[in-house]
Design a protein around this ligand. Structure first.
Ligand code: FAD
Length: 447
C-alpha cells in the first residue's frame, strides 16, 4: 500500500542558498511553503553591496545591519562543479555576459542562484522585503511567526501560524571579535572583515590583520596591493613559520597579538612591534537568531547551537523546528540540499526520526566525544573531513543517492591548494580527469 504523505504548512526563514533549496525540497515533498526574505531579492550572502554597517566592529546591537560579508574581488574558493546543487549543475553557460571561470567571481554565483530560483519557480513562494521578527511555539503545538513587510510607504506586520519552521538565516553576518589586551585604549581604527569591501581605505596604511581563514588569506593579499605594510596575526600558524610572507615585500606573518598600546603600538607574541593604523579582525562570525524564542530549549553557547540532533533538529521541538546550513568547513549548497531533503521527508512522514529521548542521548554522546577529544564547543558544527560521511548519512536517511565520488575526490584534491598556493589555485589545476567525470555526470541534468 502506498504511504500517505502528510502535507504541512511550513515557514522558511531566509531566501539565500539554504532557504531556496529548502523551499524546493519542501514543495517537492508536497508541503505548502512560505519563504520570508528580508531583502528585495534572493541570494543572501551572494547579494554583494558596497554598503557597510554603521558600527565597523558590529558591537552595537542597534547598528544598521548589512547582511552580506562579500568583498568586491571575491572569487569562489570551491570549483564550480563541487559547489553547485546536485541536480542543477553550476556549469558555465557560455553566454558573453557570464563569468565562465572555474572559480568564478561572486556575481556569477548570484546569477546561478537566480537561475535556480527561476528554474524551480521559487519566487512565487517568497515574500521579499519581509523580516521575521518572532518565532515561538504556541500551546497547541503550532508555530507562531510574526513578520514585518516594508515596501515603500507600506509597512505591515503580520502574525500567522505554521506547522513547522525551517531556519535558514545564514551565519556570516554577526561578527566575532578577537580579544586584544589594551585594545580599548589603542587609538587606531578597528574593523571586521564583514565590513571589508575593497583595499582603497587602506592606501599607504599599516594594517594588522587577525585571522587565517579563507577570507583572511584573500583580504591580506587584496590589501597588500594598497597598504604600506600588512601584518597578519594568526593563532594557527605553526611555530617558526613567522616572518616575511614569501612573494610579498610588505607582508609579514606573526603569532597572535600580545597587546595594543595607547601610543599606537601593537606587540606580537614573537616580540615584534609595529605602529599600526588599522586592526582588521578576520575572525569569523557568530550564530545569531534574534527572532527565535524557545524558552531556553535552544541556546547558542560559545557558538554551539544546541542541543541539535545531527545539526538540524532540537530533540524537544522536533520536527517542528529545524535549522539548515549551520555546519562550517563544508560544501554549503549540497549540505543544505541534503539537510532539506531529510527535513522535508520527516515532515511528510516518509522518513522517521528516533524518539526525543534517543535523539537527546545521541546529542549528549556527541558532545561527550568532542569534550573527550579536547574540542571546544565553538567547533561543534565544524565538519571538515567528516562532511561527506554526514552527507551520505543524510542521503541514505532521505532516500537519495550518496554523494558522487568525483565530487569528494575533487574536494579533497583542491582543498590543500588553497593553503599551499593561495595566489594561483583558482587558475591552475591538474584534475582534468575529475572534471571530465563531473561533466559526464551533469549530462543527465542538462537540457
Ligand atoms: P545566506 O546566504 O546568508 O542567506 C540567509 C538569508 O536569510 C539572507 O538572504 C537574509 O537576508 C535572510 N534573513 C536573515 N534573517 C532574516 C529574517 N529575520 N527574516 C527574513 N529573512 C532573513 N560558499 C561556497 O560554496 N563557496 C564559496 O566560495 C564561498 N565563499 C564565501 C565567502 C564569504 C566571504 C562568505 C561570508 C561565505 C562564503 N561561502 C561560500 C558560504 C556561503 O555563506 C554559502 O555559500 C551560502 O551563501 C549560505 O547560504 P544561507 O542561505 O545559509 O545563508
Amino acid at each position: 500500500m502506498a504511504l500517505q504523505l502528510t502535507s504541512r504548512k511550513v515557514a522558511v526563514i531566509g531566501g539565500g542558498a539554504a532557504g531556496l533549496v529548502a523551499a524546493r525540497e519542501l514543495r517537492r515533498e508536497g508541503h505548502k511553503v512560505v519563504v520570508f526574505e528580508r531583502e528585495a531579492q534572493p541570494g543572501g550572502t551572494w547579494v554583494y553591496t558596497h554598503e557597510v554597517e554603521s558600527d565597523p566592529l558590529g558591537l552595537d546591537p542597534g547598528r544598521t545591519i548589512v547582511h552580506s560579508s562579500l568583498y568586491s574581488s571575491l572569487r569562489t574558493n570551491l570549483p564550480r562543479e563541487v559547489m553547485g546543487f546536485r541536480d542543477f549543475p553550476f556549469v558555465a553557460t557560455g553566454k558573453d555576459d557570464r563569468d565562465s571561470r572555474r572559480f568564478p567571481g561572486h556575481e556569477e554565483v548570484l546569477r546561478y542562484l537566480e537561475d535556480f530560483a527561476r528554474e524551480f519557480r521559487l519566487h512565487e513562494l517568497v515574500r521579499y522585503q519581509t523580516e521575521v521578527q518572532y518565532v515561538g511555539l504556541e500551546t497547541d503545538g503550532m508555530w507562531k511567526v510574526c513578520s514585518r513587510s516594508k515596501v515603500g510607504d507600506d509597512d505591515r506586520k503580520l502574525a500567522e501560524t505554521y506547522d513547522a519552521v525551517v531556519v535558514c538565516n545564514g551565519h556570516y553576518t554577526e561578527p566575532r571579535i578577537a580579544d586584544i589586551p589594551g585594545a580599548e585604549h589603542w587609538p587606531g581604527r578597528q574593523t571586521h572583515s564583514h565590513n571589508y569591501r575593497n583595499p582603497e581605505p587602506y592606501q599607504d596604511q599599516v594594517v594588522v590583520l587577525i585571522g587565517s581563514s579563507a577570507s583572511a588569506v584573500d583580504i591580506s593579499r587584496d590589501i597588500a596591493g594598497a597598504a604600506k605594510e600588512v601584518h597578519v596575526a594568526s593563532r594557527s600558524k605553526p611555530a617558526g613559520s613567522y616572518g616575511k610572507q614569501p612573494g610579498y615585500d610588505n607582508m609579514w606573518l606573526h603569532p597572535m597579538i600580545e597587546s595594543a598600546y595607547e601610543d599606537g603600538r601593537v606587540a606580537f607574541q614573537d616580540g615584534s612591534v609595529v605602529v599600526a593604523d588599522v586592526i582588521l579582525h578576520c575572525t569569523g562570525y557568530k550564530y545569531h537568531f534574534p527572532f527565535l524564542r524557545t524558552g531556553g530549549i535552544v541556546n547558542v553557547d560559545d557558538n554551539r547551537v544546541g542541543p541539535l540532533y545531527q545539526h538540524v533538529f532540537p530533540p524537544a521541538l522536533a520536527p517542528g523546528l529545524s535549522f539548515v546550513g549551520l555546519p562550517f568547513k563544508v560544501v554549503p549548497f549540497i549540505l543544505c540540499e541534503l539537510q532539506s531533503k531529510w527535513i522535508a521527508g520527516i515532515l511528510s512522514g516518509r522518513v522517521s526520526l528516533p524518539s526525543k529521548e534517543k535523539m537527546m542521548e545521541e546529542v549528549e554522546a556527541f558532545y561527550s566525544t568532542l569534550k573527550a577529544a579536547g574540542i571546544p564547543k565553538r567547533y561543534t558544527h565544524q565538519l571538515g573531513d567528516q562532511q561527506f560521511e554526514y552527507y551520505d548519512w543524510l542521503a541514505a536517511e532521505s532516500g537519495s543517492p550518496s554523494v558522487e565520488e568525483w565530487r569528494k575526490n575533487m574536494y579533497f584534491a583542491k582543498s590543500p591548494n588553497r593553503i599551499i598556493r593561495p595566489e594561483t589555485y583558482r587558475d591552475e589545476w591538474d584534475d582534468d580527469e575529475l572534471m571530465l567525470q563531473a561533466h559526464q555526470d551533469f549530462l543527465q541534468y542538462l537540457p
